[in-house]
Write a protein that binds this ligand. Structure first.
Ligand SMILES: [Fe+2]
Length: 401
């Protein structure tokens, strides 16, 4: 049997396969829909009105809702709800007698939960060095011109929180070209594109504004915990690395937090509830934020790890909790640096180390010797990674049909 072709528009710009309904039954404020496989969806009358194409619901040009909730009056009632010959939903309204047509494939994507923020994105998997072996690597030589490479990168970032794009061009500013394939770069007081550059001969130069620009070791940390919402992802592009030492490290904070909660529940409780004040000082700036080290931001299953000791400035908790919180903090940082959790590898010219700055802790060994080391970095917020990830996963799926 041929599937009938829908004549209805959807309230967005995506393509929906037909998914003919079998029944529509009005009961109180809801129209109850059913599909042949017994999938159900309850649609509130106001939600249906808001999603009516044209007719003051969804604007046909922008596909955005234009109905002010103040205009949702009690007389907006469903007079009749029926399934038409293509399986779409037709609603006849009591107040103005108009008929609205709803694409059954679009309704079905709501019934299937494909409208939720987690849709079209792979699920995160926490890792230890045993389970992952090494950081995922993707050949990035053609990344500027190839959506498949970008999609592989993004999916690795969403699943593991880390991926190295290797064989990338090594000219300065390349990260900004690459970011155009993904989304807007997040600016900060370090600039849109920032350098991590320490000629070993100049290590300790007092002119630098960041510990990153010295040859000092940087223990496992996450950048900018001084912000209400720290940058979601960080890309670090290795242009030259001739220094002795300076190996990079990555630790999955998600796995670390799981182990902490399982094996050291008291430490987990202290680190996820007691606040510290993070303070980013510099001429003309005064960024501060107060939050726990393990910060469960609203709407996020994975906690944001605020673990950059150069800018962790003051305990903001009862005095009797400070010693215990320091004990928990010492334990957390020691665990983060254990071989069980920490991947250690050397970046070579052309590597772009990409990672979830809120989930995965990064660090590096100290430099010695006389070689040069120059990295450039950008931040891209999680919203952008997820948005592009959804769009590309959706495209990839539709090409499979
Ligand atoms: Fe950093």
């Amino acid at each position: 049997m041929n599937t009938p072709v829908s004549r209805a528009l959807a309230p967005d710009f995506y393509h929906y396969e037909p998914s003919p309904l079998t029944a529509a039954v009005t009961e109180g404020d809801f129209v109850h829909l059913r599909w042949p496989d017994d999938t159900k969806l309850a649609c509130h009358r106001f939600w249906l009105r808001e999603n009516a194409m044209g007719q003051g619901g969804i604007d046909l040009a922008t596909r955005e809702g234009i109905l002010d909730p103040a205009e949702l009056t009690d007389d907006i009632e469903v007079k009749a709800a029926v399934v038409d010959d293509t399986g779409d939903l037709i609603v006849e309204w009591a107040d103005d007698g108009q008929r609205s047509v709803y694409h059954a494939g679009w309704l079905r994507h709501v019934a299937d939960n494909n409208h939720r923020p987690s849709s079209w994105l792979p699920e995160a998997i926490s890792w230890t060095t045993d389970s992952i072996g090494e950081v995922p690597r993707v050949d990035g030589s053609e990344a500027r011109d190839n959506d498949e490479i970008i999609l592989t990168l993004l999916n690795n970032l969403l699943v593991y929180g880390a991926c190295v794009l290797e064989n990338s061009p090594t000219h300065e500013g390349y990260l900004l070209d690459l970011a155009e394939r993904i989304g807007p770069v997040r600016d900060s007081n370090f600039g849109m594109l920032w350098d991590v550059k320490a000629d070993v001969e100049l290590a300790g130069d007092a002119k630098t504004n960041s510990t990153a620009n010295t040859g000092l070791r940087l223990g496992p940390h996450s950048d900018l915990p001084t912000r209400e919402i720290p940058p979601g992802f960080q890309f670090l592009h290795c242009l030259i690395n001739e220094a002795d030492g300076g190996e990079s490290t990555l630790t999955d904070g998600a796995a670390l937090v799981e182990a902490l909660e399982r094996d050291h529940p008291d430490a987990f409780e202290l680190l996820s509830t007691r606040h510290w004040i993070f303070f980013n000082r510099g001429p003309g700036i005064d960024h501060r934020w107060s939050a726990p080290i393990i910060d469960y931001l609203p709407g996020c299953d994975t906690p944001t790890i605020r673990a950059f000791y150069p800018v962790r400035a003051f305990p903001a908790m009862a005095n009797e909790d400070v010693s215990r919180s320091y004990d928990a903090l010492r334990l957390f940082h020691r665990m983060a640096d254990q071989p069980e959790f920490e991947l250690k590898f050397r970046l070579t010219a052309g590597d772009i180390m990409c990672f979830d700055n809120r989930r995965v802790l990064h660090g590096r060994n100290a430099f010695t010797g006389s070689g040069k080391r120059h990295l450039q970095g950008i931040y891209i917020d999680r919203d952008e990674i997820m948005s592009r990830g959804r769009a590309l996963n959706r495209d990839a799926r539709s090409k499979c049909f």
